[in-house]
Ligand binder design. Structure first.
Ligand code: PLP
Length: 405
């Protein structure tokens, strides 16, 4: 399929290019030292990509340890309540550790092991990436340092406990707003000091090349599985595919399976409390081109051109940018990016729980809220949403802040 001069038949061969660019976005804007480290990772990745041993090992781990393939569930009661559009969810909440993030963590740590590294380093927001990486590190027997903002540590106490039980070292980041952005900075600094013995496992399709490509490739299992399952289940393709976009990994994985299909694709960004800068984290919707954390993308900037403060009820979505591939697909128009606010999210959180017996992560509830909106406007057809994670981690917070409904 050719869309706006991009041939999606051969898309994955050409995007990113050899230097890590998706059009003008991406690249590797890092110090010379880290350039060497990135080149080393890139080379190792290209080697293992072609290795049957690595691919078979990852397949085996996905099946025997992660519990893949995760199913697709038809949301019959919710669909009927909203009208004629049929809603479906890809159940990444049933992936081991309760979210999609283990998909790239197992790949990244298997790569670290292949490269002979002793330690993995990462940042975490909602704690989901930290838990996933701590899980992978425990599985492979590597040391693990997780950088996390004070605010998120307080909000996500059970995930902090999980990481510690799994043997990870949780490093508190106290500066600035003490959330995800600051944690990324701190983890980057640590990696610059330790890159000879350690590998930085980025938690999304972000950061310098080759991370946006590697994380997408590892996450594409979501979209590839979903496409095969959906067509087997219904005999056709979905009319629309929806996923929430923080850094953009669950969405990029999901979208990867459908980019070459006549399917409308929607990325849902968090509108938080509203459209004023600082009240949301809808970087693709309201941001402009810029470089941060080692890559060029679309980002939210303050008056000095620095990454702006962001907010969302979902800790996993409050990041001032998104992956370069999303910026590319945004400008191309292949994916439509839209927003859902906190209130709509909480409403979807309770609706999915009550009508379908699935408590979604509040990140994932953004996608569900958008799917519900689409169902009302489309009239007929089908919508496949990525349920990126389960909501156990969010229950206490939702009840405290919004009350039991
Ligand atoms: C981290 C997280 C997200 C956001 O990250 P992406 O890289 O945008 O996928 C979404 N959902 C859940 C459950 C998460 O843990």
């Amino acid at each position: 399929m050719i869309f706006n001069n991009v041939d999606f038949d051969t898309y994955f061969k050409h995007y990113p290019d050899a230097n890590g660019y998706f059009g003008k976005y991406g690249g590797a804007y890092v110090s010379d030292e880290l350039k060497t480290a990135m080149a080393e990772i890139n080379e190792a990745y290209f080697t293992i990509c072609k290795s049957a041993k690595f691919i078979n090992e990852l397949r085996r781990i996905r099946r025997d340890f992660q519990g893949r393939p995760t199913p697709i569930t038809h949301l019959e009661r919710l669909s009927n309540a909203l009208g004629n559009v049929q809603l479906y969810v890809k159940r990444e909440d049933l992936n081991h550790t309760g979210a999609h993030k283990l998909n790239h963590c197992m790949g990244e740590v298997l790569l670290a092991k292949f490269m002979g590294k002793k330690k993995v380093i990462a940042e975490t927001g909602a704690g989901q990436h930290g838990v996933a990486l701590a899980t992978a590190a425990a599985y492979f027997g590597l040391e693990c340092d997780i950088y996390m903002g004070t605010v998120d540590i307080a909000k996500q106490a059970p995930n902090v406990a999980r990481m510690k039980i799994l043997g990870a070292n949780v490093v508190e980041v106290t500066h600035g707003l003490a959330t995800l952005k600051e944690a990324v900075d701190a983890a980057f600094d640590a990696y610059t000091r330790e890159y000879k013995d350690a590998i930085y496992c980025i938690g999304s399709v972000l950061g310098p090349h080759p991370f946006p490509m590697m994380v997408r490739d590892f996450q594409s299992v979501v979209g590839i599985e979903a496409r095969a399952q959906f067509t087997e289940m219904t005999g056709e393709l979905p009319d629309a595919v929806v996923a929430c976009v923080g850094g953009g990994s669950n969405s990029m994985g999901m979208f990867a399976g459908f980019l070459n299909d006549p399917v409308d694709i929607y990325g849902v960004e968090p509108l938080g409390r509203g459209t004023a800068l600082g009240d949301h984290a809808a970087s693709l919707t309201y941001g402009t081109e810029g470089i941060m954390h080692g890559f060029n993308s679309i980002m939210l900037k303050d008056e000095n051109g620095d990454p702006a403060p962001v907010y969302s009820v979902a800790s996993g979505l409050d990041y001032p940018s998104s992956g370069p591939e999303h910026a590319f697909l945004h400008d191309l128009g292949r994916v439509k990016y839209d927003v859902i606010n906190d209130e709509e999210t909480i409403d979807a959180f309770y609706t999915l729980s009550r009508m379908e017996g699935i408590i979604p992560a509040i990140e994932s509830a953004h996608a569900v809220a958008y799917g519900m909106k689409l169902a009302k406007t489309m009239g007929r057809g089908s919508v496949l949403m990525c349920l990126s994670g389960r909501g156990d981690k969010d229950m206490d917070y939702v009840i405290k802040e919004y009350g039991m409904r």
